[in-house]
Write a protein that binds this ligand. Structure first.
Ligand SMILES: [Zn+2]
Length: 157
């Protein structure tokens, strides 16, 4: 039985594969899925993977991801593959892509940053300094955020 023939345990929704191990809970968090949400999800944690060594998998019923959501996922799971499932079949498969400029997704941890102090709030903007491990820099105040600190800085809406 090939990879494709495996039974997909959800009928309609999205599976997120090749998530970095132990990031499944952060993926749910940035998608706004928390206790009390009216949603069904399956997570598999630290699964052996030929590609990554270990990986997490998240499956969410009745959910289709928006570009903004997949951009956020790229920040914490740069190798993630998204599968859109309809009637238990994969109808669309794509990889997340780290945007060159990260706008409105990360809150600058520097409280004196212009992105916080203006009366009219401006959209936060970060540029990618290095991809692996990920390092990003605030466009306005040059504050650098390392990969390990990114999950905590992601704006959840
Ligand atoms: Zn800043």
């Amino acid at each position: 039985m090939g990879e494709k023939d495996r039974i997909i345990p959800i009928e309609d929704g999205t599976t997120l594969d090749h998530i970095a191990p132990w990031q499944a809970s952060n993926v749910l968090k940035i998608l706004g899925i928390k206790k009390g949400a009216d949603i069904t999800a399956i997570t598999a944690i630290n699964v052996p993977s030929p590609k990554l060594g270990r990986k997490d998998i998240v499956m969410i019923e009745e959910k289709e991801l928006k570009k903004k959501e997949t951009d956020k996922i790229a920040l914490i799971a740069p190798n993630a593959t998204i599968n859109l499932i309809r009637n238990s079949k994969v109808v669309k498969k794509y990889e997340v892509e780290l945007p060159e400029e990260i706008e409105g997704l990360i809150e600058c941890p520097n409280l004196t940053c212009i992105s916080h102090v203006l009366e009219e709030p401006i959209v936060s903007k970060f540029v990618v300094v290095r991809k692996n491990p990920l390092r990003i820099r605030c466009f306005y105040c040059d504050k650098v955020i390392e990969e390990t600190d990114i999950p905590a800085a992601i704006i959840i809406k």
